[in-house]
Design a protein around this ligand. Structure first.
Ligand SMILES: [Mg+2]
Length: 360
């Protein structure tokens, strides 16, 4: 943005009309059962602003930047690095998404994954109860491999292990032929230590950083510390598609685009980033030609902003790269109560003020 002064101090001049919706979830996730999202429309289409409610205005101002840019209400702040294709070129394409295997009984592995239809990549959650889950996790993964010997497998521990436990888990799980293991430990320094220990033992387990990446500066820090070989990125926390691309260029690590638990409007921005990520040689080696994204989270919602047929729920492991126009009736029926609407209106202004001061 060349000149901050050209932007009004009141966000109402830029975004005169918006909707705040409450989307019920199928199951509790991140300890929430309903997800609140703000939607507004700009010259480029609809966009979603949905930082989690506990996030402060400075952090959330990056989410707002992402939404305003995606709507075409704010020019991008970054110099655009070379992209695979422009937004217009990606329309009509689709991106692969992974299926998710939760911590479940061994007998449930087949039935749960059958609901997804044919998918090339599965992400299995492990470490629900830390290292105590290891025997059940191992049995479940063995069953998965028996049923799906060719399917690409990722693991995600959601930072569930202490460092020595993570090494033990990697040692046990290496035989299942993993594409990568997401965030076995919480601290980025411990991720780096774990990588050293894996390499000293010649254990071929690739680490991916997810929880370690919450802000725009984090991917570069992960790369500098050698904490992971793959980064999981989300459009809104990084400040938008252009910002995410320039951060990824600076960090140089292969990336997998994931959702921040958005409605289909927000998932559309993730799909556009995924379709325009540069494919490096290293990315091809680690993730293949068409890496699956973590954008299949539409399945976690009981309601979306559009009819199921128009939503970005995956079909046969793919979601389309497209723009979503919310159903006007759903904008009404899913609206939050007036108190929550006022809370979001105030938050929108606070985040806009934070965005202006961050960029000035
Ligand atoms: Mg994860």
């Amino acid at each position: 943005m060349a000149d901050v002064q050209q932007f009004p101090e009141s966000i109402a001049e830029l975004v005169p009309k918006f909707h705040v919706l409450k989307l019920p979830m199928v199951t509790r996730f991140r300890s929430i059962t309903e997800r609140e999202v703000m939607l507004f429309e700009g010259p480029d289409g609809w966009a979603e602003f949905s930082p989690f409610t506990e996030y402060g205005s400075v952090e959330s101002s990056r989410w707002l930047q992402a939404a305003l840019e995606f709507a075409g209400l704010l020019p991008t702040a970054e110099v655009e690095p070379s992209a695979v294709g422009s937004a217009a070129e990606t329309v009509g394409q689709s991106v692969a998404v992974n299926a998710t295997l939760p911590a479940c009984a061994t007998s449930e592995v087949g039935p749960i994954l059958a609901r997804y239809g044919p998918v090339g990549t599965v992400k299995a959650k492990v470490a629900e109860h830390g290292i105590d889950s290891l025997p059940e996790d191992w049995d479940r993964l063995r069953e998965f491999r028996r049923l799906f010997p060719e399917t690409t497998l990722r693991l995600d521990a959601n930072a569930g292990y202490a460092l020595p436990e993570a090494l033990a888990a990697c040692t046990e799980f290496a035989e299942f032929d993993l594409q990568y293991f997401e965030q076995p430990v919480a601290a980025v320094e411990d991720m780096a230590r774990l990588r050293e220990q894996l390499s000293a033992r010649e254990l071929p387990v690739v680490l991916a950083a997810d929880e370690s990446i919450r802000k725009a500066e984090d991917p570069v820090r992960v790369a500098e510390l050698g904490a992971a070989e793959v980064v999981i990125v989300k459009v809104q926390p990084l400040g938008g598609i252009a910002a995410a691309r320039s951060v990824l260029e600076a960090c140089g690590l292969p990336a997998v685009v994931s959702s921040a638990l958005e409605s289909s409007v927000g998932l559309a921005a993730g799909a556009q980033l995924a379709a325009t990520l540069p494919r490096t040689q290293r990315s091809r080696e680690l993730l293949g030609e068409h890496p699956a994204c973590g954008l299949g989270t539409g399945r976690l919602f009981a309601e979306d902003v559009v009819e199921p047929a128009q939503s970005l729920r995956p079909v046969d492991g793919q979601i389309p790269v497209t723009r979503i126009v919310p159903d006007p009736q759903r904008l009404e029926t899913l609206a939050v109560d007036p108190g929550r609407f006022d809370w979001w209106e105030k938050r929108l202004q606070e985040c806009w003020t934070a965005l202006l001061s961050r960029r000035s």
